[in-house]
Design a protein around this ligand. Structure first.
Ligand SMILES: [Zn+2]
Length: 229
């Protein structure tokens, strides 16, 4: 099923379906965890109850992308009495800009959230957490400096490893995001005209599941081991 085919059901209900084991912190989409006594497929401990893995504000961003994706296709009433057509196509509300910007925001929200998860799992005190997050404010700094500092692995190497055991290619997904993000930065920080192409915009809905899946896999790669210590 393609998300872009789903208009009237919030996309977060299709993407945000992860549960977390309360014993080992493993995250997966095993809805059997809701049933008391269901053994965790990772640690084998029976589930005391299902606990939903929270993505914080990321799911709201996901639904916003959906709204703009279909707004982009909205047929204005004819005649255009309220000026809907004109309004949608002004620079202020142009969905060609908003959709990729929200996609990059989603990535940043999840990256920050993941770093906070690691910092907490390492029991780093709150004040130092704040300082690190402030020092490594930008997503790139988090990937290239904070991430290896916390995990001992390079970001690109982690993606390569995760791709080996997945049906998704996280390296390709990351390259797609990075390309969109470069154009976003050139637009926002460099003042250049936006260069997002239609085929890139059309691909964004299909890259949403890989984003959430990637951050769930990153969680599993590091957090359960840290929690066990
Ligand atoms: Zn478990």
């Amino acid at each position: 099923m393609k998300l872009s085919d789903v208009q009237f059901q919030p996309w977060h209900t299709l993407v945000d379906r992860f549960f977390i084991c309360q014993n080992c912190s493993w995250v997966d989409t095993d809805s059997g965890r809701i049933k008391v006594g269901t053994p965790c497929k990772y640690c084998g401990q029976p589930s005391p109850c299902g606990r939903i893995y929270s993505w914080s504000g990321a799911t709201s961003v996901l639904d916003a992308i959906q709204d703009f994706y279909f707004l982009r296709r909205a047929k204005p009433p004819s005649p255009d009495l309220g000026g809907t057509t004109e309004h949608i196509h002004t620079n202020e509300t142009d969905t060609r800009i908003v959709i990729p910007l929200l996609f990059c925001t989603l990535w940043e929200v999840l990256m920050t959230r993941f770093c906070v998860e690691i910092l907490r799992a390492k029991a780093i005190d709150d004040a130092f957490q704040e300082r690190l997050l402030s020092d490594y404010r930008y997503a790139r700094d988090k990937r290239e400096k904070l991430f290896p500092g916390l995990t001992g692995e390079k970001w690109i190497d982690a993606l390569t490893e995760l791709t080996k055991s997945s049906e998704l290619n996280y390296t390709n997904h990351f390259e797609f995001y990075r390309n969109i993000n470069r154009k976003r930065n050139a637009f926002i920080h460099g003042g250049f005209h936006w260069h997002f192409k239609d085929d890139e915009l059309e691909k964004i809905p299909e890259e949403l599941w890989p984003v959430f899946s990637l951050f769930a896999q990153l969680h599993n790669r590091y957090i359960p081991n840290l929690v066990r210590k």
